[in-house]
Design a protein around this ligand. Structure first.
Ligand SMILES: Cc1cc2nc3c(=O)[nH]c(=O)nc-3n(C[C@H](O)[C@H](O)[C@H](O)COP(=O)(O)OP(=O)(O)OC[C@H]3O[C@@H](n4cnc5c(N)ncnc54)[C@H](O)[C@@H]3O)c2cc1C
Length: 638
């Protein structure tokens, strides 16, 4: 049985060559493998409506964001009570500066968190967990991240990607009964996918799990890198390749996921990694030597590990926007205080126009981040909208924006921004931790899907409706006459659809229910048609080669993301104004955010045609071909 290679009967959707796999013909073998593996793991169907998925095909669906879906009062009360307890506990027991300096979260803090049920927040009540909603979980993550990044990561690596989430989504009843109650007692988990050669591309996975001869357990060998919580975890989800299957006469890599108890013989933590920031995270390298994993610890089915990981991360990704929003709110507070307090050249630094620009940017962007966070959280709780595209957009937007916000905050704080909170306090000043915040937040743009990978993910989803429609045209398995029929069908569709994208914008409704923000909703509506035309145009223009035009794709996806952020901000402002009609700030912030976003979108459209992409490619190729080595002269060897 070990090492078996199966010529498997394929599920229908795999058997049908998808257009994207056709598009990989003739490309480098490793790249083909990478595309095949991720494509097979991709969730292909949308059973619920997708707001941005529709935006990409020129179908603005305001009813999904407006009225803004809000947390019900009962759920909010549960969250409020818990957060109050947690905040008190953290203030009394946890010093984030100390965590940063010592690289340790004190034992009693971890124990205290466990007593509060903080490792079982999302675990259903029937299994002994707190059973909180995604909104309350994200509110908790926002609160903790605004105080101590490392502690927020401890909770979220365990709960957003560690064992609880995949178990909730894919576990068997027996697995749930076995593990869930233990998390209420404080069991900590982690998620191990990355390897030295496996970062964004899981197809290169080397860690291997072979089924034993008696079929009772898997034997795991390999190495995992950067496993957060890995050095203290009791149990982890580990991805490993299992026996490949043969598809069309070729081996296709299979990745499976397992629950692994860390005290199993053969598991070693070989190194605790130390990073630029998040000094207190327990992140390590793990080594597995002939580790026996009982076969009942397999999660989902054999070969579905990556699909499971991607589906887990789709939900897990909702936490980062919440955490980033927490940090952005702290930056706003710091800039507001310092902007008034620090006087230079006869004026508070926040009153100089350059200071005002930063403060306006930070406040309006934080507002949009919050809007996206609560919107996606509510969507997840209400289970009426597919969140996979918006979770990726929110992750990309919030992590990128937090970096800009932190940078602006450091600039406004001047030299004090660069000084550690500890040093500031030692000489009697307020210990604003801007330096630590900056170190802590940089990684967010890299992990759980880097910005570049998010753009590729979004582009794949944006093109999916067209690829599905044109799949038959590209498939080698469809007969000539089948292709002719399909060509006419597609042609018929696009002859109506494409011109409609020109006209529909002219007839976009007024959205008067949005009051002063109506014009922004109209802008999103009009631009959903424009964006859909551009996506279709570039698909037609570059065809298979579009996959390589990452700069074009990136701009299109950034436009889509800005449109989503605008929609969320306007709907959120409208909701806040209804709750408190005297407060004019939500409208002001949303209006400013949208006007700034419109400028960015305009620039992105311009750069689709007026750009230096060709030269960018040439310069980079030449540098990588070592043609500018002389430029590196005059420095010490690394
Ligand atoms: C602090 C920390 C915590 C982590 N926690 C975990 C964890 O708990 N579990 C876990 O499994 N992993 C974890 N990771 C790993 C993290 O998820 C990876 O760092 C991330 O997936 C990127 O992989 P990489 O660093 O190998 O970069 P690479 O994949 O090598 O990428 C390098 C650069 O190239 C870009 N790039 C890669 N492919 C493409 C492409 N096709 N097109 C354009 N650009 C591309 C990337 O965006 C990036 O900018 C952690 C990492 C860190 C630093």
């Amino acid at each position: 049985m070990a090492n078996r290679i199966q010529e498997t009967k394929e599920p229908a959707e795999v058997q049908e060559d998808s257009a994207i796999l056709q598009a990989t013909k003739g490309i480098d073998e490793k790249k083909r493998q990478a595309l095949e593996v991720t494509e097979e793991a991709r969730e292909t169907e949308y059973t619920l409506p997708s707001f941005s998925g529709q935006l990409f095909v020129g179908n603005f669906k305001p009813e999904l964001v407006f009225p803004f879906p809000v947390q019900d009062s009962e759920d909010k009360k549960i969250g409020d009570e818990y957060i109050a307890k947690l905040e008190k506990f953290l203030l009394e027991n946890l010093d984030p500066e100390n965590v940063d300096a010592t690289r340790e979260i004190p034992e009693q803090v971890i124990e205290g968190l466990a007593k509060l049920g903080a490792f079982a927040i999302k675990i259903p009540k029937e299994y002994g967990g707190l059973g909180f909603s995604q909104t309350n979980y994200n509110r908790i993550c926002m609160k903790v991240a605004s105080y101590c990044g490392a502690t927020a990561v401890l909770l979220s690596a365990h709960q957003s990607i560690g064992v609880p989430q995949p178990l909730k989504m894919f576990g068997t009843e027996a697995q749930k009964r076995k593990w869930f109650p233990k998390f209420r007692e404080g069991l900590i988990s982690a998620f191990a996918l990355t390897e030295p050669d496996v970062g964004s591309d899981p197809a290169q996975m080397k860690t291997e799990a072979k089924l034993s001869d008696d079929g009772q357990y898997y034997i795991l060998n390999g190495e995992k890198l950067w496993c957060t919580n890995g050095t203290i975890a009791d149990v982890i989800v580990v991805m490993a390749k299992t026996a490949p299957k043969i598809v069309h006469g070729k081996e296709r890599k299979q990745i499976s996921a397992f629950i692994l108890e860390m005290d199993t013989p053969g598991v070693e933590v070989t190194h605790r990694c130390d990073f630029m920031g998040l000094k207190g995270i327990y992140n390590g390298m793990l080594k597995f030597t002939n580790v026996k994993i009982p076969k009942e610890n397999l999660l989902a089915a054999e070969g579905r590990g990556l699909a499971m990981a991607l589906a887990t991360i789709n939900v897990g990704r909702l936490t980062l926007p919440a955490a980033c929003t927490g940090a952005a709110k702290q930056a706003l507070k710091i800039c507001r205080d310092w902007g008034k307090e620090r006087v230079q050249w006869g004026m508070p630094v926040g009153e100089h126009e350059a200071g005002r620009e930063k403060i306006a940017y930070i406040a309006s962007t934080t507002f949009a981040m919050e809007a996206m966070t609560w919107l996606t959280s509510a969507w997840q709780d209400q289970a009426k909208v597919d969140i996979r595209i918006e979770a990726a957009m929110a992750k990309m937007f919030c992590t990128e924006e937090l970096w800009k916000i932190t940078d602006m905050t450091m600039q406004l704080r001047g030299g004090r921004g660069y000084e550690t909170a500890r040093s500031l306090k030692q000489r009697g000043e307020k210990g604003y931790p801007v330096e630590r915040m900056m170190r802590d937040c940089r990684i967010n743009m890299i992990l759980e899907g880097s910005t570049e990978i998010m753009k590729l993910f979004l582009a794949r989803e944006a093109m999916d409706p067209h690829l599905k429609r044109m799949g038959e045209l590209l498939s080698s398995r469809v007969s000539f006459w089948g292709k002719i029929k399909s060509a006419f069908r597609s042609l018929g569709h696009y002859l109506v659809w494409y011109p409609a994208q020109f006209f529909k914008g002219w007839f976009a409704p007024g959205y008067s229910e949005l009051g002063p923000l109506a014009r922004h909703f109209r802008y999103v509506d009009v631009n959903s048609h424009k964006l859909s035309r551009y996506i279709f145009y570039y698909m037609g223009r570059y065809q298979q080669a579009l996959e390589k035009r990452q700069l074009i794709l990136g701009r299109l996806m950034e436009i889509g993301t800005q449109l989503f952020a605008m929609s969320a901000a306007c709907a959120y402002a409208n909701y806040l104004t209804r709750v408190n009609p005297d407060d004019k700030m939500p409208i002001e912030l949303a209006d400013y955010f949208c006007k700034q976003a419109e400028l960015k979108i305009g620039k992105l459209y311009d750069e689709l045609t007026i750009n230096n992409d060709r030269l960018t490619n040439t310069v980079a190729k030449d540098v990588l071909a070592d043609k500018a080595l002389w430029l590196e002269d005059g420095v010490m060897p690394l």
